[in-house]
Design a protein around this ligand. Structure first.
Ligand code: AMP
Length: 189
């Protein structure tokens, strides 16, 4: 199955993606993880995007789509893939649709996990304590910025996929397993 996961920062995309790929046996592709690994390794791409990641802004569509298309064209994605946070603007969505149409491997479903803003801010700000992982972009100021960017630039992506008949909306409030069951149901699995 070829799936795109949408949802604001703090909606639980990473957690749900990890569970979904375990259920479905497909690779988990998180552009955030890929970019953070590039930053950590000090590669030219990492150096280019570090300050953007720290600010909560989006990396350019060109850079992201090079990363995404390079990844989905690898052999392990022949059986499908789960794109987690990898499509964040309408232009990125269009570029991915064009590429997948060209290679004859269209998306099966786009799942949007919805959580109210107040809950999101709380979750993002407590993520550092819960996971013990320090992310430079997990502080209140940058969290608010990332939510603003989501509403302005990423929310319209859901409308684009709805028009393409691919969108399923899932309520992201509840336990991890409740939300996972809703997502699996929306995939028809
Ligand atoms: P994430 O871990 O998915 O929240 O991503 C962390 C950061 O990586 C984002 O705040 C953006 O700066 C950047 N990023 C990840 N995916 C994308 C994308 N599809 N488009 C633009 N920027 C992205």
């Amino acid at each position: 199955m070829r799936i795109v996961l949408l949802g604001p920062p703090g909606a639980g995309k990473g957690t749900q993606a990890a569970n979904l790929v375990a259920e479905l046996g497909i690779p988990h592709i998180s552009t955030g993880d890929i970019l953070r690994a590039q930053v950590a390794s000090g590669s030219p791409l990492g150096l280019k995007v570090k300050s953007i990641l720290d600010s909560g802004e989006l990396v350019t569509d060109e850079i992201i789509m090079e990363v995404v298309i390079d990844r989905v064209s690898q052999d392990d994605c022949k059986k499908g893939f789960l794109l987690d946070g990898a499509i964040r603007t309408v232009l990125q969505a269009k570029m991915l649709q064009d590429y997948l149409a060209k290679v004859g491997a269209p998306l099966h479903k786009v799942v949007q996990i919805n959580v109210p803003d107040g809950v999101l801010l709380e979750r993002i700000c407590s993520r550092q304590e819960q996971t013990g992982v320090t992310r430079a972009d997990d502080n209140a100021e940058v969290a608010a910025k990332r939510l603003k960017v989501y509403w302005e630039q990423t929310a319209p992506v859901a409308d684009y996929y709805a028009q393409a008949g691919l969108l399923a909306k899932v309520d992201g409030v509840g336990t991890v397993s409740e939300v996972l069951s809703r997502i699996m149901a929306s995939l028809g699995s």
